[in-house]
Design a protein around this ligand. Structure first.
Ligand code: NAG
Ligand code: NAG
Ligand code: NAG
Ligand code: NAG
Ligand code: NAG
Ligand code: NAG
Ligand code: NAG
Ligand code: NAG
Length: 395
């Protein structure tokens, strides 16, 4: 390019810029006319970039529209999807009705919140082209019965999806399995089938599907290390609650109420709020007895999880236990979890425990354990913090 082209190029570019910001302004005027704004929303300035709750970038392109809880009625203009620099569209909790227009031109949109409105339809290509999306909230709109599959074309970049109360039916779309979704809220839909693909949604932090018609077992959740909330209330789930759920370290809330689970009542760490009291839940609280060196009366079926007749978990967190850790734990070859944290146990960790083939977690933190920590396989998480003399030689 020669020097002489530069001024022309600059002129063209500034013209282009001007044209697109003018387009944005026209779309914003159309938005203002199609909504019935309430008195606390002052959109009177001729320049939309000066409107309250609207933000623009340095080129006067609209980047944010946030009108939350304003009792605004009306509809959205069909050209809204041409605000191509928009990053946030948040119309949470208003009374806006009609269709959600084609938003596929919103390639920079990260947050779409249309929750709690009266939208009655979604475009066929919802989410297509919206490759920057991180959060979508469409809960509580009177959409007609629709298949979920249609809503899930390009989910991979999405972090949160809340589609509660949307009348969706059918099964979970397979595309969810490979997604990096962190929050999935699908409560009160009419979804059915299995939740087995949950096993592959390893980024999940919050999972809430209460009030659907899912059935079958809970899959192995050992890959979901960040899972914090697990709500499968009111469903027809069956089988055993897998130990892979009970041992998850980040778990804080679990709702299992109203399902058809079998086996012993699962035991979670004390830090987990569990809600599993239910008429339809069929946990049987049987578990085989076990031996404990020293005949410690604190040991009962209470701290034990089982799979069929095999003991898979021993969770005796903060039970005032004294004595040493018995090497006969090694005979319980199905053990996956041993949590003896926050007791007054002494002695060392028996080397025999390293032979437990399924062990995933040994937590002896906050005791008075001493001696060397035996070498466990790399897949075992061993927590020994809070033992002042750990690592020192046995007396
Ligand atoms: C609305 O904002 C404009 C400035 O953009 C201001 O001049 C006008 O007084 C405001 N109206 C009300 C009712 O606050
Ligand atoms: C889940 O992952 C496993 C192994 O990584 C794979 O075999 C399976 O097909 C995946 N399932 C889905 C539904 O993607
Ligand atoms: C899910 O429900 C539909 C009816 O909405 C039915 O045709 C289908 O067989 C159900 N699928 C499963 C796995 O129950
Ligand atoms: C778990 O969360 C951390 C951040 O807290 C993140 O770095 C990590 O990738 C997440 N793990 C998975 C499996 O998504
Ligand atoms: C899960 O717990 C680990 C260890 O406590 C922590 O580093 C991580 O950030 C947690 N993940 C999330 C998503 O909070
Ligand atoms: C889930 O369980 C927690 C802990 O018991 C409880 O506080 C919460 O109300 C439950 N939520 C639902 C939706 O049942
Ligand atoms: C274990 O405790 C039971 C009941 O407290 C008692 O009957 C039994 O003799 C004790 N066994 C040993 C070996 O201490
Ligand atoms: C553990 O197993 C070993 C060998 O299989 C056996 O000798 C020992 O008696 C068992 N211990 C207990 C407490 O069952």
């Amino acid at each position: 390019m020669t020097r002489s082209h530069l001024p022309l190029l600059c002129l063209l570019l500034s013209f282009l810029n001007f044209a697109t910001s003018q387009d944005d302004a026209m779309i914003m005027q159309a938005l203002r006319s199609s909504l019935t704004l309430t008195s606390d929303v002052n959109w009177s300035n001729p320049d939309p970039c000066k409107w309250e709750t609207v933000q623009c970038d340095g080129s006067n392109r609209v980047t944010r529209i946030q009108l939350k809880q304003k009792w605004i009625q009306g509809t959205l203009p069909p050209d809204l999807g041409k605000l191509s620099e928009l990053i946030v569209l948040d119309l949470f909790s208003n009374k806006i009705s009609g269709p959600i227009p084609d938003l596929s031109g919103l390639t920079h949109l990260q947050t779409l919140n249309l929750q709690d409105n009266f939208f009655d339809s979604t475009p066929k290509n919802l989410f297509s082209g919206m490759n920057s999306l991180q959060e979508v909230y469409l809960d509580n709109n009177p959409f007609p019965l629709g298949r979920f599959r249609r809503h899930s074309e390009t989910l991979p970049s999405l972090a949160s999806l809340k589609l509660s109360l949307n009348n969706l039916h059918g099964g979970l779309p397979l595309s969810l399995a490979g997604s990096s979704l962190q929050k999935l809220y699908l409560n009160w839909q009419k979804l059915n089938g299995s939740i087995s693909l949950l096993q592959n949604m390893t980024s999940l932090v919050e999972f809430d599907i209460r009030g659907n018609f899912f059935s079958g077992p809970i899959p192995d959740l050992s890959g979901l290390q960040n899972l914090s909330l697990f709500n499968v209330k009111d469903k027809q789930l069956t089988g055993l609650v897998p130990p892979s759920l009970t041992v998850l370290q980040n778990l804080t809330v679990v709702n299992l109420t109203n399902n058809y689970f079998q086996g012993p009542m699962p035991l979670f760490k004390n830090s987990v709020a569990v809600d599993a009291i239910a008429s339809a839940s069929s946990f049987c609280q049987e578990a085989p007895a076990m031996n404990w060196k020293g005949n410690d009366s604190c040991v009962s079926w209470l701290g034990i999880t089982c799979y069929k007749s095999d003991i898979t978990g021993i969770s005796l967190w903060s039970q005032g236990l004294t004595g040493s850790i018995s090497q006969s734990f090694a005979n319980l070859t199905s053990l996956e979890l041993i949590d003896l944290s926050s007791n007054s146990l002494t002695g060392s960790i028996p080397t025999e425990l390293t032979t437990l083939p399924k062990l995933r977690l040994l937590d002896v933190s906050n005791n008075n354990i001493n001696g060397d920590v035996p070498k466990f396989s790399g897949s075992v998480i061993v927590v020994t913090t809070g033992n002042a003399n750990i690592g020192t030689k046995n007396k």
